[in-house]
Design a protein around this ligand. Structure first.
Ligand SMILES: Nc1ncnc2c1ncn2[C@@H]1O[C@H](COP(=O)(O)OP(=O)(O)OP(=O)(O)O)[C@@H](O)[C@H]1O
Length: 251
């Protein structure tokens, strides 16, 4: 149901008095239901563009995206999004942020609060449920953003460098938390990063992209056993993946 088909999708941007720029060269790709896919590549290679096309935030120049059997035309509750800069509603508490989507969609009061309780517990913020974002650390805010995105029970979770602003330790804890949540919820995840280790640690598949014009140049299947813990980065297999990806990105 939550398969993602990206079919002949390209994106061009035209800027005032400048030549049209191809942000994403024609790309076709299938992402299976429940798969965890990372888009990896240098700044400006079109990772966010591709993610935003799936999210319905950017229109394609050619081609189309199909999620759960339906062509994407707009953002929708079947695709939850988490961005780098938290983007929480500052006037709402943690609970208010997580309940926002379900309330808007007129879920019953019982289902709204049950969903929020479960997700706030999963992201470890039960004690902070009634606090406002301004008193939370970056990692905590991002946990709220993940809970909020999951509240609508999306088929696909779209994440754009969600941990890039966090310190290394928090980032590593958040990666493990995300894998735990994914193991429980099994939604399809498309995760943008420019960090090779993050991509290998999280993904079933790493799609490596190159710049000018942005395109996918390699599709790595990551066969590291799950569940994964932080120790996996020291394994030979991990090192091999990292070497191959580094080589590809350098050349
Ligand atoms: N709205 C826009 N208008 C014009 N050009 C854009 C727009 N959005 C992106 N671009 C250009 O398209 C290219 C791809 O951008 P995109 O943000 O997708 O890259 P990225 O790989 O996600 O980079 P980063 O890691 O820095 O976020 C870049 O050259 C960028 O300048």
């Amino acid at each position: 149901m939550s398969q993602v088909f990206i079919e002949n999708v390209s994106v061009e941007f035209s800027r005032h008095r400048e030549a049209t720029q191809i942000a994403l060269a024609e790309t076709s790709l299938t992402i299976e239901e429940g798969e965890f896919v990372c888009l990896l590549g240098p700044s400006g290679c079109g990772k966010s563009t591709l993610l935003n096309v799936v999210g319905g935030l950017i229109e394609t120049t050619t081609g189309h995206v199909i999620v759960g059997g339906k062509a994407v035309a707009h953002p929708g509750p079947d695709r939850g999004m988490v961005f780098q800069n938290y983007s929480l509603y500052p006037w709402l508490t943690v609970r208010g942020n997580v309940e926002f989507g379900p309330r808007l969609n007129k879920w019953s009061a019982a289902k709204v609060s049950q969903t929020a309780d479960e997700l706030i517990e999963i992201v470890g913020l039960t004690d902070y449920a009634e606090q406002f974002p301004k008193v939370l650390s970056g990692g905590m805010r991002q946990r709220v953003a993940i809970a909020r995105a999951l509240a609508m029970e999306p088929h696909v979770l779209l994440m754009d460098e969600p941990f890039a602003a966090l310190d290394a330790q928090t980032r590593s804890r958040m990666q493990e938390l995300l894998l735990n949540i994914w193991a429980r919820k099994r939604s399809t995840v498309i995760f943008v990063t420019h960090d090779i280790e993050e991509a290998i640690f999280l993904a079933d598949r790493v799609l490596v992209m190159s710049t000018r014009p942005g395109r996918i140049i390699e599709d790595f299947k990551i066969e590291l056993p799950r569940p994964r813990s932080a120790d996996v980065v020291a394994s030979d297999e991990f090192t091999q993946y990292r070497k191959r990806m580094l080589h590809l990105l350098r050349h």
